[in-house]
Every structure is written in C-alpha cells, then in structure tokens.
Design a protein around this ligand. Structure first.
Ligand SMILES: Cc1cc2nc3c(=O)[nH]c(=O)nc-3n(C[C@H](O)[C@H](O)[C@H](O)COP(=O)(O)OP(=O)(O)OC[C@H]3O[C@@H](n4cnc5c(N)ncnc54)[C@H](O)[C@@H]3O)c2cc1C
Length: 458
C-alpha cells in the first residue's frame, strides 16, 4: 500500500510553489544518495532560487520540526547529504551564480551551488588563481566544498578550502541570515564565527553566499612522475623531497592495486613499477626549472623504475589526467570502494602503507591506497564485494585502520568529513570535552535539531 504524504507537505508546497518543492518519485530518488553507498529518500526536495526562499523553507521546517538536509552536488564520500531522517532535502543546484570577480580586491563572490571548476576557470581567465582542487572539482559545489572543508592535491602548498573563505552568508535554522567576514583579507572583529561553518557538514546552517580569496595565477608549472617497485619506496621518496627543503604544489602517491586498475582502464605511460609518485612544482619559470631539477634529483636518489618529466602546462595536465582517473578506475573494477581519507603526520606515511599491506596479507582484503602524500592524507580504499562491504569484516578492518591512525596522532578524515560513514568512530576520534563543545554549539544554533539529523552528532 502506498504511504500517504505527510500533512505538512501540501502546506510547504502551497507556501513555496510546486516549482520549488518537488515530490515526484524520480526527483526524490535523485536526492537520496551521494558518492558513498548509503541512501534514503526524502519526502520532498526543495530547489530554492535565492536566499529568501532558503530562509522561508528553513523557517517552515523549524516551526514544524521537520528534518532538513542540505545538498550541494551530492558528490560527498561520507553520506553527508543523505536524508537519513527523511523530511526535506534542500538542494543548492539552482543557486549557482558566480556573482562577481574582483581583480583589485582579489576576491570572487559565489552562490553555493556553483561548480568549483567553473569558478576556477573563470578566475584563471583573469590571471587569478583559486587553488582548492578536490579531484571532484568538475562535479562538486562551492557550498559542499566549504561545508566539508574540501582538500585536494594542492593542499601541500596552498592549504584547504577554508583557507580561501573570507566571508559567508549563512541561513540559520530559524531562517534568519547571519553575515560574517567579507572582502577583507584579514578581519579580527569578534569571534571567528566564519570558521565555525567551514566543515560543519550542513549541521549548523545553510551557506547561501561565499566570498573567496584569490591569489595570482602561477606563471609556470612542471611535474615529474616516478614509478617505484613498492609503495614503501614511493613513500620514502616523499620524505626525501621534503628533507631537501623543496615545497612542491602537489605530491600524489598510488599503490599497486590502484595502478593495476588504471592499467586495465587506460594506458599508463609505463608498464614498469608497482607504485607511483606525481610531483608538481609551480611559480615563476626560473624557480620552476630549478625546483624540477631538485625534485628529479631527490626522486633519482630513491632509485625509481622509471621517471618522466613534464615541462609545460599541457604536458603537466596530461600527467594529471592519469591521476584524476584513479577513483573512476577503481570503480570500474566493479567492487565496492569503501573510501577512507585518513591523515597521518607526514613522518608516519611509510607506516601507513606498511599497515595497508599487512591488512591485505593478514585479512585477505584488497586495499587500494592513493592520495595526497604531501599532506599525509591517503585514500585507503577497502575494495570489496557488496555483501562483504556491508558485513562485520569491513567494520573490523576499519577498526584496525582507524585505531592505528589515531595512535600515530592522525585523524579519521583529512578532507571528506565524518558524516554517516565514520559515525561509529567519532567517539574515539575526539575527547569527551571536545565532543561536548560540538554538542553545545549545535544546540545553540539548531535547538530543535532539524539540520542534517542522524549524522555524527546524534
Ligand atoms: C571522484 C571523487 C573525487 C573526490 N576527490 C576529493 C578530493 O580530492 N578532496 C576532497 O576533499 N573531496 C573529494 N571528494 C569528495 C567530495 O567531492 C567533496 O566532499 C565535496 O566537497 C562535496 O561537495 P558536494 O557539492 O558534492 O557536496 P554534497 O555531497 O552535496 O554535501 C556534502 C556535505 O556538505 C553539506 N552541504 C552542501 N552544501 C551546503 C551548503 N550550501 N551549506 C551547508 N552545508 C552544505 C551537506 O549537507 C553534506 O553534509 C571526491 C568525490 C568524488 C566522487
């Protein structure tokens, strides 16, 4: 028997209109999941066109105590935008304007639904640079990037999304809008409330506008791609580069399983080597030339099986196109990819790869590791059949992974967030006192608990 729609739904539709409040089964399905494997259908999908409509939807849900889960592009990896308690999914897809770019102020103002790559290309045309570059940048939104404090390959030199957020307008649970920060590159007026919303995973408010910091576009780029016999050797090369005082703009590593998947799907430039390291440098043409020389000397000292150089932006992009496909290459194996994004102090990188190898040997689980070696932030992917991925075996493996990472002073997530996927490990990750601060902030900003309920704070 079909379930009756809840009574509040017709009131919300009457208030905002059928253009904004969608209820067709096809649309509700489309707003049920993200890039992780959990999914739950909302009772309504709200597609506001502006800040005023966001406020009205929030005020309605707050009055009636209806769960509201904000959704950017739905490309998150932790089930963050999955409406596990039903209610309303508020999608920012129709609020995707790039409002302005100012060269003189070095800022861009964007609505939350803007796809990150569009911002990046638009500012580059003006000789400016927006460095945050999650590998999902062609698909994910600025609002989602801010709400997860997304990282990416360039963090090693340029930092994460939060380092580029100067100002935010946030619609709060009751529908009022708080404005913090702005176009100034420094601002110490009161508490740093802006940072409270960066990485808040849709649990404290809805970001409706962002002012973002831009920097000059580096004039030149170059890269080296080295293949090693083992991931252990590649991890050692990372430390070798760092010990020589070089600061690359990216240092990406990948292990054997990942390379095998890549070799099956696309052509890697070489058949030799079971691990790879991609190192990029950027800056002025003369610095880039000398940095590339220094990087290659460090890599050669670690005895790579092969070493390729890319001296122009076009050649560099060709190497990156290999790296950017890794997630998709692993998906093409047909296995479920339980994608963790642990981060360890850089000195523990070699230990992390050794742990992944031990887990494969001792537990018989395929593990694919790749990611942002320069930050110690590695995507440790358990590659499993669906049944296995939903079993205790997966949980046991993740228990071991997280226990070790936390013991080394690392963290559960470097960039994806906690969401639903890591809810089980949240109590281990932070002290009771620190978790209490989270709860107090949540209570103050969302007393009825309508914003993204069912995630790690519950
Ligand atoms: C192939 C692939 C590669 C990836 N590579 C990276 C990577 O290199 N680095 C990285 O950090 N991540 C990466 N990710 C993960 C993901 O793309 C990021 O987490 C991204 O920031 C999610 O953006 P989104 O717009 O898809 O957000 P969604 O998935 O829609 O939402 C993510 C979270 O943000 C909240 N949210 C969204 N918009 C708002 C808003 N306007 N206001 C308040 N809360 C909001 C949601 O409630 C949810 O909790 C990758 C994902 C894929 C599929």
């Amino acid at each position: 028997m079909a379930t009756q729609p809840p009574r509040w739904l017709s009131d919300l539709r009457n208030d905002l209109g059928a253009q904004v409040i969608r209820v067709s089964p096809r649309e509700l399905d489309a707003y049920a999941g993200d890039a992780w494997h959990a999914s739950a259908k909302p009772e309504a999908a709200a597609l506001p066109r502006n800040r005023d409509e966001v406020s009205r939807i929030l005020a309605f849900c707050n009055r009636r105590g209806i769960p509201l889960t904000t959704r950017g592009a739905g490309r998150g990896y932790v089930g963050g935008c999955v409406p596990v308690r039903g209610g309303v999914v508020l999608s920012t897809a129709r609020m995707s304007r790039l409002v302005s770019i100012s060269k003189v102020d070095s800022v861009a103002v964007a609505e939350p639904g803007l796809i990150t790559a569009k911002l990046r290309k638009a500012v580059e045309r003006k000789g400016l640079f927006y460095p945050p570059d999650p590998a999902s940048l062609d698909e994910s939104s600025i609002g989602g990037n801010i709400a997860t404090n997304a990282g990416g390959p360039r963090c090693v030199k340029y930092g994460v999304t939060g380092h580029y957020v100067l100002g935010l307008h946030v619609a709060l649970a009751d529908g009022s809008v708080a404005e913090m920060g702005g176009r100034c590159h420094k601002n110490k007026t009161g508490f740093n409330l802006r940072d409270l919303f960066i990485g808040s995973e849709g649990m404290l408010g809805v970001i409706v506008l962002a002012t973002l910091r831009l920097i000059p576009l580096p004039l030149a780029r170059a890269a080296a791609m080295a293949f090693f016999q083992t991931a252990h050797d590649a991890a050692r090369a990372v430390l070798e580069i760092q010990s020589r005082g070089i600061l690359p703009s990216a240092m990406e590593i990948a292990d054997r399983f990942t390379l095998e998947a890549a070799r099956r799907e696309s052509s890697l430039p070489t058949k030799s080597g079971n691990a790879f390291l991609l190192v990029e440098v950027d800056g002025s043409p003369s610095t880039v030339a000398s940095d590339l020389k220094a990087v290659c000397a460090a890599l050669n000292a670690c005895m790579p099986a092969s070493l390729l150089r890319a001296g122009t932006a076009a050649e560099v992009e060709k190497l990156w196109s290999i790296r950017r496909k890794f997630s998709y290459n692993l998906k093409a194996t047909g296995l479920i990819k339980l994608n963790e994004d642990v981060v360890v102090p850089r000195g523990s990188l070699v230990k992390l790869f050794a742990l992944a190898e031990r887990m494969q040997r001792q537990m018989g689980i395929s593990v694919a590791c790749f990611g942002h070696a320069g930050d110690g932030n590695i995507h440790v992917n358990l590659m499993m059949e669906k049944k296995q991925a939903e079993s205790d075996e997966a949980i046991r493996a993740l228990d071991i992974l997280f226990e070790n990472v936390l013991r080394w002073g690392g963290a559960l997530s470097g960039e994806h967030g906690i969401g639903l996927a890591k809810k089980r490990w949240w109590p281990q990750a932070l002290s009771q006192e620190t978790r209490n601060i989270h709860l107090a902030i949540k209570k103050a900003l969302d007393p009825k608990g309508i914003l993204n309920p069912g995630k790690f704070l519950d």
